[in-house]
Design a protein around this ligand. Sequence first.
Ligand SMILES: [Zn+2]
Length: 324
Amino acid sequence: MATDEVALLQGMLLAVKSPAGRPYIQFRVDGEFGPGTKAALAAFQRDRGIDEGLPQPDGPTWRALRGALPEAYRGLRVLPESKILYFEATADEAARSVAQIEVYSEFEPSFQRQVIEMVRRMYEEYGIVLWITYTGWRRGFGDQLGFGRRNTMAGPGESTHHYGLACDLGFRDLRWMDATGMIWRDGDWLERMSRALGPASWRLWKARDRIAFSLGLYKIAWEGVHLQALEDERISNAQSLVRLLEKTGTMKWETRPVNRRAYYWSDLGRGEGMYPVGTAQEIWTGRAPVPAGVGDAAALRRALRAEFEKAEQNWRLWEPVSGN
Ligand SMILES: [Zn+2]
């Protein structure tokens, strides 16, 4: 028997009680078909009058096990090629997640269709419902500040989340069973499972990502939950922001990386010369290092921030620019 099948068998024998009221298995799920598992399987088959030996797919042993599962353990499944045991969600939950995305008007339409298809396929293949996280929808420029550099390198205006082209799609409410038979309900980032299983929990993200890639969605290296419509290496978030600023505002803009952060230059609306004005975060928070002798610093900072606000209001005009 394959590891995943054994893990599921063990999980069921842990949940189902013998006529004496005890679980058939009293050790941890390990995915190995050892003497303890063999004995437990034989005992279950004997108690149920099943003469099958190794359980065959859809054979009497699996059917009896499923039928005997206590209410809380119904829908127990195993992630293929793993020992991850989890519980199937309902079609109703899947429909609710899809409906939530369908009524949302701030995703770019073809991206929205991809995300809906992503949720549908994940449910079809794995019985798992993915949900957009509470902060995973379109974001305003200012929302980006709250995430800090720990979670994202992007400043205000520099994330595809601002333009309806990204979402964070997680595993909220996934119910799963640990090796001792305890049932957990997890969060968007599989916080509990990753603490309990370590790197083994990445298999669930990989299952999600395989479907995402097949639908033409992309992820970024340092954020597991994030999916976007465009390949990160092919676009420059800063150059794209510059184009949007020039489309929607009155100043000329340029950007170059300084110490691996996007840094901006602006003509400050004067039509001559370019002045360094800092990072997107500095501009947005009114701390742009405006040059001396060009005018009232506070007024210049307000004018720069106003350009960003105009860009934010007209976020639907954003288009990708390649480069770095
Ligand atoms: Zn994200």
